[in-house]
Ligand binder design. Structure first.
Ligand SMILES: *Cc1c(COP(=O)(O)O)cnc(C)c1O
Length: 489
């Protein structure tokens, strides 16, 4: 072996470096659970231009520091999801065991494009998806697969819906009819993307309006359906949001299920964010009706403390999943036709795939589903608590009482009616928070109004941290407001 390769594969060096990195991360994790978390920023934001300049400079310098320094420089410019002030996007701080499983997956590199390249991960994929199906409340006909993310999960489910419900054999012959699906106007944009990727164009997505809580107005489903039929569209599916991304609103899944049964449509649930709530004894009733869906997705990296990206796509009837990419469906259905559950590339887009299932299985085996129950319940409780704090605070407005751990609100102490001004001030608040880095929260636009948006995804976050955030916002807001009102003659 060449000198460079010998050095790069050195086992003793790997041992030392691995120990150093784990020690470093363990110290960080310990600090996040104490008051010393204040010594860290939740986000170290750098604008793209400066960031590129810095890293180009870094790349051009010779490397002569300690090995661990390289990894520390990645860390120092990263978002710290285990920080109690991390309340930004929906991804959760992964459990250490799942991150170690991810490390093992990367090191083993068992790609599972074919069964024999990933015997453990392929088999465990069946074990963990069966567990998800059981907890959802499906019977033994159900089953699922893992996909790299919810975006791909939704597309795969909708391709399956098309294979099962469309009157033409689109996968082999293309489509002549205008196919369409129905979804609320608050759905994640990846549903729209999936429709366009399938070649249905803009006409293929029928947006059903939402109510004041941003839930689908299911009483309009039939009207929109009839109109689509008039326009010569072939509607094949309804997608329920559980929950929507911006406000965390849950559609009424039972009403959608009734409608789909009546009209013989595929019922898919986008549970990328909220699907994990099935594991919470206290809150799972919010997903009532999920067991009636033909398919649903849930992201383990959102509500189930697993590294990104790890998504379960579950089918009420597993046999449908084999139809998604099949050219000759018939052969699958004869009595002795074995669809080969273990050859996952038959049912997914991906060929080589990360060993996602070992991350999920590690949690199941080491901690049991109870850890998911406790996590989901904790962050859902935090959502309720924060909702109450904002509702009773005279300087803040709540978009609607939160249904999960996503909370949207804005600072408006004088109950100003001038939306443009309130938008500008809240935008400036969020920008300043981002640049200071003490807290990480995001923002969203809803019907022309800008809202601050938090996802309470960290079980280390307490009422005190939430209160500190409100105090921080209040301070920045007052500066912003006085600067702006002084400018006005
Ligand atoms: C996050 C999210 C997605 C996208 O999932 P990825 O795993 O990021 O691809 C889809 N739908 C909803 C409702 C989401 O919240």
């Amino acid at each position: 072996m060449t000198d460079k390769l010998t050095k790069a594969y050195n086992a003793e060096q790997f041992r030392n470096q691995g120990h150093q990195l784990v020690d470093f991360l363990a110290d960080y994790l310990a600090a996040m659970q104490k008051d010393s978390s204040d010594q860290f920023k939740a986000i170290q934001f750098t604008d793209p231009k400066t960031s590129l300049k810095n890293w180009e400079a870094h790349a051009s310098e010779p490397f002569n520091g300690e090995w661990i320094d390289l990894f520390k420089s990645f860390f120092q410019h990263s978002v710290l999801l285990h920080h109690p002030h991390y309340m930004g996007h929906q991804i959760s701080p992964p459990l250490p065991a799942t991150a170690l499983a991810g490390f093992l997956s990367d090191f083993l590199n068992n790609g599972m494009g074919v069964y024999e390249m990933g015997v453990v991960s392929s088999t465990l994929e069946k074990v963990v998806t069966n567990e998800v199906a059981r907890v959802i409340g499906y019977d033994e006909k159900a089953g699922g697969i893992l996909t790299s993310g919810g975006t791909l999960g939704n597309l795969t489910a909708l391709l399956c819906a098309r294979s099962v419900k469309a009157s033409e054999a689109v996968w082999s012959k293309g489509n002549k009819k205008q196919l369409a699906l129905m979804v609320s106007d608050q759905a994640h944009y990846c549903v729209d993307k999936a429709v366009r990727i399938m070649g249905w164009g803009e006409a293929g997505i029928i947006l059903v309006p939402t109510n004041e809580k941003f839930q689908m107005r299911t009483e309009l489903l039939d009207t929109y359906y009839q109109q689509a039929i008039q326009e010569d569209k072939e509607v094949i599916a309804v997608v329920g949001s559980a929950c929507s991304t911006s406000t965390g609103s849950f559609d009424d899944l039972n009403v959608i299920a009734d409608f789909c049964e009546q009209r013989n449509l595929w019922f898919h649930i986008d549970g990328a964010h909220g699907g994990g709530i099935v594991f919470s004894e206290k809150y799972r009733s919010i997903l009532s009706g999920i067991e009636r869906a033909d398919s649903s997705i849930l992201d383990f990296h959102k509500m189930l403390i697993t590294p990104a990206i790890t998504t379960a796509l579950t089918f009420k009837e597993e046999k449908n999943s084999f139809r998604t990419f099949a050219l000759k469906a018939e052969y699958l259905w004869n009595e002795d036709g074995d669809p080969e559950w273990f050859n996952y590339a038959k049912r997914t887009f991906e060929c080589t795939k990360l060993m996602m299932s070992i991350k999920i299985y590690s949690t199941l085996k080491l901690h049991g589903t109870t850890v998911w129950d406790q996590y989901v319940t904790t962050v859902m409780d935090l959502g309720q608590l924060f909702g109450e704090m904002i509702k009773t605070h005279e300087s803040f407005e709540l978009v609607t009482m939160p249904e999960c751990n996503i909370v949207c609100f804005r600072w408006n102490p004088k109950k100003l009616e001038d939306d443009a001004l309130v938008n500008t001030i809240n935008d400036a608040i969020r920008q300043q928070l981002l640049e200071e880095g003490k807290f990480y929260i995001v923002k969203t636009m809803l019907h022309g109004r800008l809202w601050l948006r938090t996802t309470l995804t960290n079980p280390f976050t307490t009422a005190k941290h939430l209160n500190d955030l409100l105090v921080n916002i209040q301070t920045i807001g007052e500066q912003q407001l006085s600067a702006r009102t002084q400018l006005t003659p």
